[in-house]
Design a protein around this ligand. Structure first.
Ligand code: IPD
Ligand code: CA
Ligand code: CA
Length: 263
């Protein structure tokens, strides 16, 4: 099946699941919140959303395996795998704020080749497939052209369970606070990457992420003309739990600072 056709199917699926999440947001109570780990929350909405996605994707591409946040399905050596975060931004969702999103990617080996991020609050559907460009609600998108720290707005995710690098992380934040237009902590890494892809943010970095947080955002960012690496300048950004992403003009200056403090 062609990647473009696959994208058209997962676009509809992400919107349907997003509609389910939107409806449930008004119904959840404190009794629905479970703790998976330190500051790591989950509800029946995450789990049911994941089941909806997995059952649809099994029919769409029976040969593909799965890497999913809530463990509904798993991979066993397949070349093609779906990488799914049914609700990225669960803490935002539980606290009744946006953004939060549905994130679905297809990877070939370890390379994301198609992805959809549906941001529920603003009804924004980002999608891309390898060689097909990046799109937001049907319009082509591209990264910003900024080069200098002083012209950029940046995004990150604050550490909340792994504090190994906290000291250096805070020094890096201090640098960016002083030298850039500012920092944002949106609460959905998938959305952070798509906002870099469409030029709203100029750069994003975060430590201790999982593949399902970033897989769809990576292909969308790359197809929008962005650049991505791990904190050492290598390619281990999907499973390596560290990512630095920006437009190509700004990447050298941005990466140099992230690498200096966190690499
Ligand atoms: C989280 C979000 C958040 C990031 C966390 C992720 P979840 O995903 O992407 O922005 O800072 O590291 O775990 O738990 O809401 O799916
Ligand atoms: Ca996530
Ligand atoms: Ca999640």
């Amino acid at each position: 099946m062609e990647l473009k056709t696959i994208c058209q199917s997962i676009e509809i699926l992400a919107q349907e699941v997003g509609q389910f999440v939107r409806q449930e947001r008004l119904k959840i109570t404190n009794d629905d919140i479970e703790l998976k780990g330190k500051a790591s929350l989950v509800t029946y909405v995450d789990k049911n959303a994941e089941e909806m996605i997995v059952s649809a994707l099994r029919k769409l591409l029976p040969e593909a395996g799965f890497i999913t946040e809530e463990g509904t399905a798993s991979a066993s050596g397949e070349q093609l795998k779906w990488v799914i975060d049914p609700l990225d931004g669960t803490t935002n969702f539980i606290h009744g704020i946006f953004p939060h999103s549905v994130s679905i990617a297809l990877i070939d080996g370890e390379e994301p080749v198609a992805g959809v991020v549906y941001e529920i609050g603003q009804d924004e559907l980002f999608l891309a497939w390898k060689g097909g460009g990046a799109w937001l609600n049907g319009q082509a998108i591209s990264v910003s052209k900024t080069e200098k720290h002083e012209d950029t707005l940046l995004a990150t995710g604050f550490p909340y369970y792994n504090f190994d690098m906290l000291g250096n992380y805070l020094k890096l934040l201090e640098f960016f606070m002083i030298e850039t237009r500012g920092m944002r902590r949106m609460g959905s890494a998938a959305v952070d990457l798509t906002y870099v892809a469409c030029g709203r943010f100029d750069g994003f970095f975060e430590h201790a992420l999982h593949a399902w947080d970033v897989a769809a955002g990576i292909i969308i960012l790359k197809e929008a003309g962005g650049k991505v690496s791990d904190f050492k300048g290598g390619d281990d950004f999907l499973f390596g739990k560290e990512i630095v992403a920006s437009n190509k003009n700004y990447f050298p200056a941005f990466f140099q600072k992230v690498n200096e403090f966190l690499g």
